[in-house]
Design a protein around this ligand. Structure first.
Ligand code: FES
Length: 104
């Protein structure tokens, strides 16, 4: 599975996504500026990303913790914001584009 990540400076990076990684781990482990200071427990919002609406819709509902954290996040999008630590690998996500949200 390969994804394209758009950094905050607009640069584009094609990254491999292994089955045992969350989306946050792909970004962080490939040196994109994702702090993930809570370690992936949906409580820091530093892994906030934007997804295209069709990708967002395909992932299903966000959990209550995730919605609460995102509501205060910089640039929040009702139909596009996700905490990348809460997005698990799926072959169906091959080829998606993920945009890093502004730092909060
Ligand atoms: Fe902290 Fe995702 S890593 S909310």
């Amino acid at each position: 599975t390969t994804i394209t990540a758009i950094d905050r400076d607009g640069s584009s990076h094609d990254l491999p996504w292994e089955e045992d990684q969350s989306l946050m781990e792909v970004l962080r482990d490939n040196d994109l500026p994702v702090l993930a200071s809570c370690g992936g427990t949906a409580s820091c919002a530093t892994c906030h990303v934007f997804l295209a609406k069709e990708v967002f819709d395909s992932l299903g509902e966000r959990g209550p913790d995730e919605i609460e954290i995102l509501a205060d996040a910089e640039g929040y999008r009702e139909c596009g914001s996700r905490l990348s630590c809460q997005v698990e690998h799926s072959p169906a996500l091959d080829g998606i584009t993920v945009e890093l949200a502004p730092e909060g």
